[in-house]
Design a protein around this ligand. Structure first.
Ligand SMILES: Nc1nc2c(ncn2[C@@H]2O[C@H](COP(=O)(O)OP(=O)(O)OP(=O)(O)O)[C@@H](O)[C@H]2O)c(=O)[nH]1
Ligand SMILES: [Mg+2]
Length: 297
């Protein structure tokens, strides 16, 4: 019988380094939402990738390490949980930013893992000569097995990286079914697609204070989905911005989210969005469990 291998790889790194972009590139579809703003990913997303007879179970994590508020603490908790049972850790660094204090802080949290890897991402946006000093510094910071140079966006260096990661997976029966797959509840995925559009269209920091909850999904006789989502904001002022003049902003978000849902799932859908003010949503446990997070007292 051929041997099988299966293990957990946790993707960590500063916010905006390209962790979610990388996971999407590995899976060939949008598993985890992406934006140019900080702190897009809020909870762990798991994706299973087969490389021959080796199963790589990736976890994408939020890029946050210095918690200020309750939601932050829950996100940091999610990162730490994903690190606790990792067979390997893949640190993603934005090569355009190099080694920051945040990167140093993360390295201190992961250095005990025996299969440490680092990927210098966004190589498409820097000069080759800028990469070597970063790599040299990384080698002094911890015992990395390999340093990969990648562009998650351009799909550059990803295949080699997967081979390197696959090589250290422990011998084990497959822990999940042996095909590429993602492990995300449908309702959460639908909420995420809408939250991504809020990050795209609403400016500054506001998206960071918004939550999206899929309340229910119906299917009509023709197989069209009716998706009901509430967008939770912390104040009337925030609501005004999200709704926009004459509802224009909300409409733009809704149309883009509906198109994306249809594209991702190959379905027809109607999306019903409601904006609700819940001043203390960040202090309410149900807003955490819905997002796959643990509420921290
Ligand atoms: N030029 C370039 N941009 C990239 C690359 N990978 C990601 N990006 C961009 O970097 C930004 C952040 O990407 P994300 O994948 O959301 O980053 P993240 O690390 O998941 O961020 P958090 O979820 O906030 O922790 C987006 O605007 C991406 O398009 C790359 O290889 N090259
Ligand atoms: Mg992310």
């Amino acid at each position: 019988m051929t041997k099988t291998y299966s293990g957990f790889i946790t993707i960590v790194g500063p916010t905006n380094a390209g962790k979610s972009t990388l996971l999407n590139q590995i899976m060939g579809r949008k598993v985890s939402i992406v934006s140019h703003k900080v702190q897009t990913t809020r909870t762990n997303f798991r994706a299973i990738k087969m490389v021959g007879n080796r199963q790589l179970i990736f976890t994408d994590t939020p890029g946050i390490f210095r918690p200020n508020r309750r939601l932050d603490r829950a996100m940091v908790g999610a990162v730490m949980d994903a690190l606790a049972d990792a067979d390997a850790v893949l640190l993603i660094i934005d090569a355009t930013k190099g080694i920051t204090d945040t990167v140093r802080g993360i390295v201190d949290k992961i250095r005990d893992n025996k299969n440490l890897f680092v990927a210098l991402n966004k190589t498409d946006a820097v000069k080759k000569g800028d990469l070597l000093p970063i790599a040299a510094e990384l080698n002094e910071m911890a015992n990395f097995r390999e340093i990969f140079m990648i562009s998650a966006m351009k799909n550059d260096g990803i295949a080699e990286m997967l081979d390197g990661l696959a090589a250290v997976m422990p011998e084990s029966p497959y822990l999940f079914d042996a095909h590429d797959d993602v492990d995300i509840p449908d309702n959460l995925y639908l909420s995420e697609l809408t939250r991504e559009k809020i990050y795209r269209y609403i400016h500054q920091e506001l998206p960071y204070h918004i939550n999206v909850v899929t309340e229910h999904v119906d299917v009509d006789n023709e197989g069209v989905l009716d998706i009901y989502q509430k967008i939770v904001v912390a104040s009337e002022a925030h609501k005004k911005i999200v709704v926009g003049r004459g509802g224009a902003q909300l409409k733009q978000i809704g149309v883009a989210a509906r198109h994306d849902i249809q594209d991702q799932w190959g379905v027809n859908a109607r999306l019903h969005l409601f904006v609700r003010v819940e001043e203390n949503w960040e202090d309410m446990a149900e807003n955490y469990t819905d997002q796959g997070l643990e509420f921290k007292k």
